[in-house]
Design a protein around this ligand. Sequence first.
Ligand code: C5P
Length: 397
Amino acid sequence: MLQGKSILLIIGGGIAAFKALDLIRRLRERGARVTPVLTGAGAEFVTPLSVSALAGEKVHQDLFDLTAEAEMGHIELSRAADLVVVAPATADLMGKMAGGLANDLASTLLMATDKRVLIAPAMNVRMWDHPATRRNAGTLRGDGILFVGPNNGDMACGEFGPGRMAEPLEIVDAIDTALGDGPLRGRHVLVTSGPTHEPIDPVRYIANRSSGEQGAAIAAALRDLGARVTFVTGPASVPAPAGVEVVAVETARQMLEAVEAADPAEAAIFAAAVADWHVTGASDQKIKKDASGLPTLGFAENPDILATVSQRDTGRPALVIGFAAETENVVENATAKRARKGCDWVLANDVSPETGIMGGAENKVHMVTADGVEEWPRLDKHEVAARLAAKIAEALG
Ligand code: C5P
Protein backbone atom coordinates (compact mmCIF):
# COMPACT_ATOMS: atom_id res chain seq x y z
CA MET A 1 0.00 0.00 0.00
CA LEU A 2 2.83 2.40 0.79
CA GLN A 3 4.82 1.16 -2.20
CA GLY A 4 5.62 4.08 -4.49
CA LYS A 5 3.94 6.65 -2.23
CA SER A 6 5.67 9.88 -1.43
CA ILE A 7 5.57 11.28 2.10
CA LEU A 8 6.69 14.77 3.06
CA LEU A 9 7.81 14.31 6.66
CA ILE A 10 8.11 17.42 8.82
CA ILE A 11 10.14 16.78 11.97
CA GLY A 12 9.38 19.28 14.72
CA GLY A 13 11.47 20.12 17.76
CA GLY A 14 10.74 17.68 20.54
CA ILE A 15 12.49 14.81 22.25
CA ALA A 16 10.24 12.46 20.24
CA ALA A 17 12.08 13.56 17.09
CA PHE A 18 14.34 10.53 17.57
CA LYS A 19 11.32 8.32 16.79
CA ALA A 20 10.99 10.10 13.45
CA LEU A 21 14.26 8.42 12.42
CA ASP A 22 12.70 5.01 12.98
CA LEU A 23 9.56 6.17 11.19
CA ILE A 24 11.65 7.04 8.11
CA ARG A 25 13.16 3.53 8.15
CA ARG A 26 9.76 1.86 8.49
CA LEU A 27 8.30 3.90 5.66
CA ARG A 28 11.21 3.18 3.35
CA GLU A 29 11.08 -0.54 4.18
CA ARG A 30 7.52 -0.45 2.84
CA GLY A 31 8.60 1.17 -0.42
CA ALA A 32 7.60 4.76 0.38
CA ARG A 33 9.74 7.72 -0.53
CA VAL A 34 10.35 10.13 2.34
CA THR A 35 11.24 13.77 1.73
CA PRO A 36 12.34 15.15 5.09
CA VAL A 37 11.90 18.67 6.41
CA LEU A 38 13.59 19.56 9.67
CA THR A 39 12.51 22.60 11.67
CA GLY A 40 15.12 24.72 13.44
CA ALA A 41 14.08 23.24 16.79
CA GLY A 42 13.97 19.74 15.27
CA ALA A 43 17.63 20.10 14.31
CA GLU A 44 18.43 20.54 18.01
CA PHE A 45 17.22 16.97 18.61
CA VAL A 46 18.28 15.04 15.51
CA THR A 47 21.01 15.93 13.06
CA PRO A 48 20.32 16.74 9.41
CA LEU A 49 22.95 14.14 8.54
CA SER A 50 21.14 11.25 10.22
CA VAL A 51 17.80 12.35 8.76
CA SER A 52 19.08 12.60 5.20
CA ALA A 53 21.15 9.40 5.51
CA LEU A 54 18.08 7.42 6.58
CA ALA A 55 15.76 9.09 4.05
CA GLY A 56 18.31 8.82 1.26
CA GLU A 57 17.32 12.35 0.32
CA LYS A 58 18.35 15.91 0.93
CA VAL A 59 16.84 17.32 4.11
CA HIS A 60 15.03 20.64 3.63
CA GLN A 61 15.53 23.19 6.39
CA ASP A 62 15.45 26.73 5.14
CA LEU A 63 12.58 28.73 3.65
CA PHE A 64 15.00 31.08 1.97
CA ASP A 65 17.33 28.43 0.58
CA LEU A 66 17.94 29.81 -2.89
CA THR A 67 19.40 26.58 -4.27
CA ALA A 68 16.31 24.69 -3.15
CA GLU A 69 14.05 27.40 -4.59
CA ALA A 70 15.84 27.08 -7.92
CA GLU A 71 15.64 23.27 -7.87
CA MET A 72 12.22 22.81 -6.36
CA GLY A 73 10.28 25.71 -4.86
CA HIS A 74 8.60 25.27 -1.51
CA ILE A 75 5.15 25.35 -3.10
CA GLU A 76 6.09 22.46 -5.33
CA LEU A 77 7.69 20.63 -2.41
CA SER A 78 4.37 20.86 -0.54
CA ARG A 79 2.41 19.46 -3.47
CA ALA A 80 4.72 16.75 -4.80
CA ALA A 81 3.97 14.38 -1.91
CA ASP A 82 0.92 12.13 -1.55
CA LEU A 83 0.64 13.02 2.13
CA VAL A 84 2.21 15.49 4.56
CA VAL A 85 3.11 14.02 7.95
CA VAL A 86 4.21 16.08 10.96
CA ALA A 87 6.02 13.98 13.57
CA PRO A 88 6.55 15.14 16.18
CA ALA A 89 3.96 17.92 16.00
CA THR A 90 4.87 20.24 18.85
CA ALA A 91 2.49 22.63 20.61
CA ASP A 92 4.26 25.42 18.74
CA LEU A 93 3.76 23.82 15.31
CA MET A 94 0.11 23.08 16.09
CA GLY A 95 -0.36 26.70 17.15
CA LYS A 96 1.18 27.94 13.94
CA MET A 97 -0.98 25.63 11.86
CA ALA A 98 -4.16 26.63 13.69
CA GLY A 99 -3.28 30.32 13.40
CA GLY A 100 -2.28 30.13 9.75
CA LEU A 101 1.29 31.34 10.33
CA ALA A 102 3.89 30.77 7.65
CA ASN A 103 7.16 32.14 9.00
CA ASP A 104 9.47 29.20 8.38
CA LEU A 105 9.76 26.36 5.90
CA ALA A 106 7.61 23.84 7.81
CA SER A 107 4.72 26.22 8.49
CA THR A 108 4.85 27.57 4.93
CA LEU A 109 4.68 24.07 3.47
CA LEU A 110 1.73 23.28 5.73
CA MET A 111 -0.10 26.38 4.49
CA ALA A 112 0.75 25.82 0.83
CA THR A 113 -0.05 22.13 0.52
CA ASP A 114 -3.08 20.79 -1.30
CA LYS A 115 -2.58 17.34 0.23
CA ARG A 116 -3.92 15.82 3.41
CA VAL A 117 -1.95 16.45 6.56
CA LEU A 118 -1.50 13.91 9.36
CA ILE A 119 0.03 15.07 12.63
CA ALA A 120 1.51 13.07 15.49
CA PRO A 121 1.43 15.46 18.46
CA ALA A 122 4.09 15.12 21.14
CA MET A 123 4.45 17.38 24.12
CA ASN A 124 4.40 17.58 27.88
CA VAL A 125 1.07 16.47 29.36
CA ARG A 126 0.25 19.94 30.71
CA MET A 127 1.01 21.50 27.36
CA TRP A 128 -1.34 18.98 25.69
CA ASP A 129 -4.04 19.76 28.28
CA HIS A 130 -3.55 23.52 28.03
CA PRO A 131 -6.69 25.35 26.81
CA ALA A 132 -4.70 26.87 23.94
CA THR A 133 -3.66 23.42 22.70
CA ARG A 134 -7.23 22.11 23.15
CA ARG A 135 -8.47 25.06 21.08
CA ASN A 136 -5.82 24.54 18.41
CA ALA A 137 -6.50 20.80 18.20
CA GLY A 138 -10.22 21.55 17.73
CA THR A 139 -9.47 24.07 15.00
CA LEU A 140 -7.14 21.66 13.23
CA ARG A 141 -9.66 18.82 13.39
CA GLY A 142 -12.25 21.18 11.94
CA ASP A 143 -9.82 22.00 9.15
CA GLY A 144 -9.64 18.31 8.26
CA ILE A 145 -6.18 17.69 9.73
CA LEU A 146 -5.76 14.02 10.73
CA PHE A 147 -4.36 13.05 14.12
CA VAL A 148 -2.50 9.99 15.33
CA GLY A 149 -1.99 9.95 19.10
CA PRO A 150 -0.78 11.30 21.38
CA ASN A 151 -0.65 8.26 23.65
CA ASN A 152 -0.73 7.99 27.40
CA GLY A 153 2.48 7.02 29.07
CA ASP A 154 5.71 7.95 30.78
CA MET A 155 7.24 11.00 29.27
CA ALA A 156 10.85 12.04 28.85
CA CYS A 157 10.18 14.96 31.21
CA GLY A 158 9.29 12.51 34.02
CA GLU A 159 5.54 13.13 34.00
CA PHE A 160 2.81 10.70 33.02
CA GLY A 161 -0.24 11.22 30.82
CA PRO A 162 -1.31 12.02 27.28
CA GLY A 163 1.39 13.70 25.24
CA ARG A 164 3.67 10.83 24.19
CA MET A 165 4.07 10.65 20.45
CA ALA A 166 2.43 7.64 18.77
CA GLU A 167 4.89 4.83 18.02
CA PRO A 168 6.36 4.68 14.51
CA LEU A 169 4.29 1.61 13.54
CA GLU A 170 1.09 3.32 14.71
CA ILE A 171 2.03 6.30 12.55
CA VAL A 172 2.66 3.95 9.61
CA ASP A 173 -0.87 2.51 10.09
CA ALA A 174 -2.38 5.99 10.24
CA ILE A 175 -0.50 6.91 7.05
CA ASP A 176 -1.90 3.79 5.38
CA THR A 177 -5.43 4.82 6.36
CA ALA A 178 -4.88 8.43 5.34
CA LEU A 179 -3.69 7.30 1.94
CA GLY A 180 -7.07 5.73 1.48
CA ASP A 181 -6.75 2.00 1.84
CA GLY A 182 -10.53 1.75 1.92
CA PRO A 183 -13.21 -0.12 -0.02
CA LEU A 184 -13.21 2.53 -2.78
CA ARG A 185 -9.48 2.37 -3.31
CA GLY A 186 -8.67 2.79 -7.01
CA ARG A 187 -12.24 3.79 -7.92
CA HIS A 188 -12.93 7.13 -9.56
CA VAL A 189 -15.99 9.10 -8.49
CA LEU A 190 -17.29 12.50 -9.50
CA VAL A 191 -19.03 14.96 -7.20
CA THR A 192 -20.65 18.26 -8.15
CA SER A 193 -21.17 20.80 -5.40
CA GLY A 194 -21.99 24.37 -4.49
CA PRO A 195 -24.23 26.92 -6.16
CA THR A 196 -23.71 28.28 -9.64
CA HIS A 197 -23.41 31.96 -10.45
CA GLU A 198 -25.22 33.08 -13.56
CA PRO A 199 -23.96 36.49 -14.68
CA ILE A 200 -26.22 39.43 -15.44
CA ASP A 201 -23.27 41.66 -16.27
CA PRO A 202 -19.59 41.58 -15.21
CA VAL A 203 -20.38 42.51 -11.59
CA ARG A 204 -23.85 41.07 -10.95
CA TYR A 205 -25.10 37.52 -10.94
CA ILE A 206 -28.00 35.30 -9.96
CA ALA A 207 -27.17 32.66 -7.34
CA ASN A 208 -28.74 30.60 -4.57
CA ARG A 209 -28.11 29.94 -0.89
CA SER A 210 -26.22 26.65 -1.24
CA SER A 211 -23.06 26.65 0.90
CA GLY A 212 -21.56 23.60 -0.79
CA GLU A 213 -21.17 21.97 2.61
CA GLN A 214 -23.02 18.76 1.80
CA GLY A 215 -21.13 18.25 -1.47
CA ALA A 216 -17.76 18.94 0.18
CA ALA A 217 -18.60 16.48 2.97
CA ILE A 218 -19.55 13.80 0.41
CA ALA A 219 -16.30 14.32 -1.51
CA ALA A 220 -14.32 14.05 1.76
CA ALA A 221 -16.20 10.89 2.83
CA LEU A 222 -15.56 9.21 -0.54
CA ARG A 223 -11.91 10.23 -0.35
CA ASP A 224 -11.73 8.72 3.14
CA LEU A 225 -12.89 5.41 1.70
CA GLY A 226 -10.00 5.55 -0.74
CA ALA A 227 -11.73 6.88 -3.86
CA ARG A 228 -10.10 9.19 -6.36
CA VAL A 229 -12.51 12.11 -6.35
CA THR A 230 -13.07 14.71 -9.04
CA PHE A 231 -14.82 17.60 -7.30
CA VAL A 232 -16.53 20.02 -9.68
CA THR A 233 -17.59 22.97 -7.59
CA GLY A 234 -19.37 26.25 -8.14
CA PRO A 235 -18.46 29.25 -5.95
CA ALA A 236 -19.14 27.62 -2.57
CA SER A 237 -18.67 29.27 0.81
CA VAL A 238 -16.94 26.23 2.36
CA PRO A 239 -13.48 25.25 1.13
CA ALA A 240 -12.95 22.18 -1.04
CA PRO A 241 -11.62 19.22 0.94
CA ALA A 242 -7.93 18.41 0.68
CA GLY A 243 -6.89 15.38 -1.33
CA VAL A 244 -9.51 15.67 -4.06
CA GLU A 245 -9.08 16.96 -7.59
CA VAL A 246 -10.84 20.33 -7.64
CA VAL A 247 -12.35 21.81 -10.81
CA ALA A 248 -13.72 25.26 -9.99
CA VAL A 249 -16.49 26.62 -12.20
CA GLU A 250 -19.03 29.45 -12.02
CA THR A 251 -21.95 28.77 -14.29
CA ALA A 252 -24.12 25.72 -14.96
CA ARG A 253 -22.83 25.56 -18.52
CA GLN A 254 -19.23 25.50 -17.29
CA MET A 255 -20.20 22.83 -14.75
CA LEU A 256 -21.59 20.61 -17.52
CA GLU A 257 -18.42 21.13 -19.56
CA ALA A 258 -16.24 20.18 -16.58
CA VAL A 259 -18.36 17.08 -15.90
CA GLU A 260 -18.14 16.03 -19.55
CA ALA A 261 -14.37 16.60 -19.56
CA ALA A 262 -13.74 14.55 -16.39
CA ASP A 263 -12.33 11.03 -16.63
CA PRO A 264 -14.97 8.30 -16.73
CA ALA A 265 -16.32 7.75 -13.22
CA GLU A 266 -17.91 4.69 -11.65
CA ALA A 267 -20.21 6.81 -9.54
CA ALA A 268 -21.36 10.41 -9.95
CA ILE A 269 -23.03 12.37 -7.18
CA PHE A 270 -24.76 15.57 -8.20
CA ALA A 271 -24.95 17.61 -5.04
CA ALA A 272 -24.64 21.01 -6.73
CA ALA A 273 -27.52 23.44 -6.49
CA VAL A 274 -27.43 24.28 -10.16
CA ALA A 275 -29.35 27.36 -11.26
CA ASP A 276 -32.27 26.38 -13.47
CA TRP A 277 -31.87 29.39 -15.75
CA HIS A 278 -29.20 31.71 -17.02
CA VAL A 279 -29.67 35.27 -18.17
CA THR A 280 -29.74 35.57 -21.93
CA GLY A 281 -27.61 38.25 -23.50
CA ALA A 282 -25.72 38.97 -20.26
CA SER A 283 -24.12 42.36 -20.73
CA ASP A 284 -20.34 42.48 -21.01
CA GLN A 285 -20.43 46.01 -19.57
CA LYS A 286 -21.88 46.95 -16.19
CA ILE A 287 -25.54 47.89 -16.72
CA LYS A 288 -25.95 51.53 -15.69
CA LYS A 289 -28.65 52.63 -13.27
CA ASP A 290 -29.30 55.77 -15.27
CA ALA A 291 -29.86 53.90 -18.54
CA SER A 292 -33.29 54.17 -20.02
CA GLY A 293 -35.56 52.77 -17.30
CA LEU A 294 -35.34 49.42 -15.51
CA PRO A 295 -33.43 46.61 -17.19
CA THR A 296 -35.39 43.64 -18.46
CA LEU A 297 -33.75 40.27 -17.98
CA GLY A 298 -34.43 37.40 -20.34
CA PHE A 299 -33.88 33.82 -19.22
CA ALA A 300 -33.02 30.56 -20.88
CA GLU A 301 -32.96 27.10 -19.36
CA ASN A 302 -29.64 25.70 -18.18
CA PRO A 303 -28.53 22.23 -19.22
CA ASP A 304 -29.65 19.59 -16.75
CA ILE A 305 -26.32 18.01 -15.85
CA LEU A 306 -27.76 15.16 -13.81
CA ALA A 307 -30.25 14.19 -16.54
CA THR A 308 -27.60 14.49 -19.26
CA VAL A 309 -25.22 12.13 -17.47
CA SER A 310 -28.00 9.74 -16.36
CA GLN A 311 -29.25 9.38 -19.91
CA ARG A 312 -25.87 8.93 -21.59
CA ASP A 313 -25.74 6.06 -24.07
CA THR A 314 -22.07 5.40 -23.48
CA GLY A 315 -19.84 6.09 -20.52
CA ARG A 316 -22.67 6.36 -18.02
CA PRO A 317 -21.36 5.88 -14.47
CA ALA A 318 -22.66 2.64 -12.94
CA LEU A 319 -24.26 4.68 -10.18
CA VAL A 320 -25.74 8.15 -10.71
CA ILE A 321 -27.07 9.96 -7.67
CA GLY A 322 -29.05 13.19 -7.58
CA PHE A 323 -30.43 15.39 -4.85
CA ALA A 324 -33.91 16.77 -4.63
CA ALA A 325 -34.23 19.92 -2.60
CA GLU A 326 -37.94 20.31 -2.06
CA THR A 327 -40.14 22.49 0.08
CA GLU A 328 -43.24 20.25 -0.08
CA ASN A 329 -44.28 16.66 -0.90
CA VAL A 330 -40.64 15.69 -0.57
CA VAL A 331 -40.89 11.95 -1.21
CA GLU A 332 -43.45 12.14 -4.03
CA ASN A 333 -41.46 14.80 -5.84
CA ALA A 334 -38.20 12.95 -5.35
CA THR A 335 -39.66 9.70 -6.67
CA ALA A 336 -40.97 11.50 -9.75
CA LYS A 337 -37.60 13.23 -10.15
CA ARG A 338 -35.73 9.92 -10.08
CA ALA A 339 -37.84 8.64 -12.97
CA ARG A 340 -37.69 11.89 -14.92
CA LYS A 341 -33.94 12.33 -14.68
CA GLY A 342 -33.09 8.66 -15.14
CA CYS A 343 -30.70 8.51 -12.18
CA ASP A 344 -30.34 5.55 -9.81
CA TRP A 345 -30.79 7.15 -6.40
CA VAL A 346 -32.24 10.45 -5.26
CA LEU A 347 -31.43 11.90 -1.87
CA ALA A 348 -34.37 14.10 -1.06
CA ASN A 349 -34.29 16.84 1.51
CA ASP A 350 -36.79 19.35 2.75
CA VAL A 351 -35.28 22.81 2.32
CA SER A 352 -38.26 24.85 3.47
CA PRO A 353 -36.85 27.79 5.49
CA GLU A 354 -38.10 26.48 8.86
CA THR A 355 -35.87 23.36 8.52
CA GLY A 356 -32.70 25.50 8.42
CA ILE A 357 -31.15 22.86 6.14
CA MET A 358 -30.11 25.08 3.23
CA GLY A 359 -26.86 26.65 4.42
CA GLY A 360 -27.14 24.85 7.79
CA ALA A 361 -25.01 22.11 9.37
CA GLU A 362 -27.60 19.32 9.35
CA ASN A 363 -29.63 17.46 6.81
CA LYS A 364 -32.71 15.27 6.87
CA VAL A 365 -32.70 12.84 4.00
CA HIS A 366 -35.01 10.36 2.32
CA MET A 367 -33.13 8.05 0.04
CA VAL A 368 -35.20 7.03 -2.97
CA THR A 369 -33.96 4.03 -4.99
CA ALA A 370 -35.51 1.42 -7.29
CA ASP A 371 -36.24 -0.58 -4.12
CA GLY A 372 -38.25 2.12 -2.39
CA VAL A 373 -37.71 4.87 0.15
CA GLU A 374 -35.41 4.84 3.15
CA GLU A 375 -35.85 7.56 5.76
CA TRP A 376 -32.69 8.72 7.50
CA PRO A 377 -32.75 10.55 10.83
CA ARG A 378 -31.78 14.21 10.98
CA LEU A 379 -27.99 14.05 10.83
CA ASP A 380 -24.98 16.28 10.63
CA LYS A 381 -24.06 16.78 6.95
CA HIS A 382 -20.81 14.87 7.56
CA GLU A 383 -22.78 11.90 8.89
CA VAL A 384 -25.08 12.03 5.88
CA ALA A 385 -21.96 12.01 3.71
CA ALA A 386 -20.39 9.05 5.56
CA ARG A 387 -23.62 7.04 5.25
CA LEU A 388 -23.93 7.82 1.57
CA ALA A 389 -20.26 6.99 0.90
CA ALA A 390 -20.66 3.64 2.67
CA LYS A 391 -23.76 2.86 0.56
CA ILE A 392 -21.89 3.80 -2.61
CA ALA A 393 -18.99 1.52 -1.65
CA GLU A 394 -21.46 -1.30 -1.02
CA ALA A 395 -23.26 -0.73 -4.34
CA LEU A 396 -20.03 -0.61 -6.38
CA GLY A 397 -18.91 -3.79 -4.64
O1 C5P B 1 -34.41 19.54 -11.10
P1 C5P B 1 -33.74 19.83 -9.80
O2 C5P B 1 -32.88 21.05 -9.82
O3 C5P B 1 -34.67 19.84 -8.62
O4 C5P B 1 -32.80 18.55 -9.57
C1 C5P B 1 -31.87 18.50 -8.54
C2 C5P B 1 -30.78 17.54 -8.89
O5 C5P B 1 -30.39 17.71 -10.24
C3 C5P B 1 -29.54 17.77 -8.09
O6 C5P B 1 -28.88 16.54 -7.95
C4 C5P B 1 -28.76 18.73 -8.95
O7 C5P B 1 -27.37 18.67 -8.68
C5 C5P B 1 -29.08 18.25 -10.33
N1 C5P B 1 -29.14 19.29 -11.35
C6 C5P B 1 -28.20 19.33 -12.35
N2 C5P B 1 -28.28 20.26 -13.34
C7 C5P B 1 -29.28 21.16 -13.34
C8 C5P B 1 -30.24 21.14 -12.33
C9 C5P B 1 -30.14 20.20 -11.35
O8 C5P B 1 -27.27 18.50 -12.33
N3 C5P B 1 -29.33 22.06 -14.30
